[in-house]
Write a protein that binds this ligand. Structure first.
Ligand SMILES: Nc1ncnc2c1ncn2[C@@H]1O[C@H](COP(=O)(O)OP(=O)(O)OP(=O)(O)O)[C@@H](O)[C@H]1O
Length: 238
């Protein structure tokens, strides 16, 4: 059972991309509500897979994944989608911006799927759009220049920041960031992490951050090494 202080509780997780292979076998993992955690692990060790499971995008073969006291494994896929839209802001490794939408439309999208995030954005800045512009500005992109542009015109580092603004709008309870700084220079990377910390602290959001760059780990309260918690030893999933 999860307690009210917990954002995520994973119990007896087993996941394999194919039924006869195990990628993750995690007996137990607990992440406290409001904490900021750095998840590290070698390339290919399963970090993105674990984030996909926590986000309810991937379903494990067995185990329970409780997010804010709800076992999302038991949910239908539409209920999981709704839960994700309400509770989570996700910066995907490949950004997943919608290329046929403008920057403005991409950033404001979560507020179309979540009333509570729309409400929080309006309370913060008057309108959803102003909230998006404020985030974009804080991330170092001038909204006067970029707001109405198609995302296809952006550099990779700029797309990463638009993806971050989309994840943060409306203060979701859980922010999941998969290599969110890989395309940023040092200056933008540091201000990005500061902003992520600031916004998640303001909303008492839980932050789960994945990066190859271990020099970033000291900016987080908790560090989880996937190789320490993943008991996968090559056995088949039973
Ligand atoms: N869509 C997929 N289909 C089949 N296997 C996959 C798929 N995605 C990942 N894998 C496999 O799962 C394992 C874990 O991959 P994952 O992307 O989770 O690792 P990672 O730790 O995030 O790596 P990186 O740091 O390089 O992004 C790898 O062996 C990978 O080949």
């Amino acid at each position: 059972m999860t307690t009210l202080d917990e954002a995520i509780r994973i119990t007896d997780l087993k996941f394999g991309w194919k039924n006869d292979q195990t990628t993750l076998a995690i007996p137990s993992l607990v992440i406290e509500k409001g904490s900021r955690t750095f998840l590290k692990g070698d390339s290919g060790s399963g970090k993105s897979t674990l984030l996909g499971i926590i986000a309810g995008i991937l379903i494990p073969q067995s185990g329970s994944i409780e997010v804010f006291q709800e076992n999302i494994v038991d949910y239908s896929s539409s209920k999981r989608d709704k839960f994700r839209a309400e509770q989570m802001g996700i910066i995907f490794q490949m950004f997943n911006l919608l290329p046929y939408l403008s920057i403005c439309e991409n950033i404001c999208l979560p507020c179309r799927f979540s009333k509570s995030r729309a409400r929080t954005a309006k309370i913060a800045n008057g309108t959803i759009e102003e909230s998006g512009k404020d985030l974009l500005n804080q991330l170092g992109l001038d909204p006067n220049i970029y707001w109405s542009r198609p995302v296809s015109e952006l550099s990779v580092g700029q797309q990463q920041r638009v993806a971050a603004a989309r994840a943060l709008i409306g203060g979701p309870n859980l922010v999941i960031a998969d290599e969110p700084t890989s395309a940023l220079d040092t200056k933008n990377r540091d201000s990005f992490i500061n902003l992520l910390s600031e916004i998640t602290t303001t909303h008492n959001s839980t932050l789960l951050f994945v990066s190859h760059d271990e020099s970033l780990a000291n900016q987080f309260e908790h560090i989880i090494d996937l190789s320490q918690i993943n008991q996968f030893s090559g056995e088949l999933i039973q």
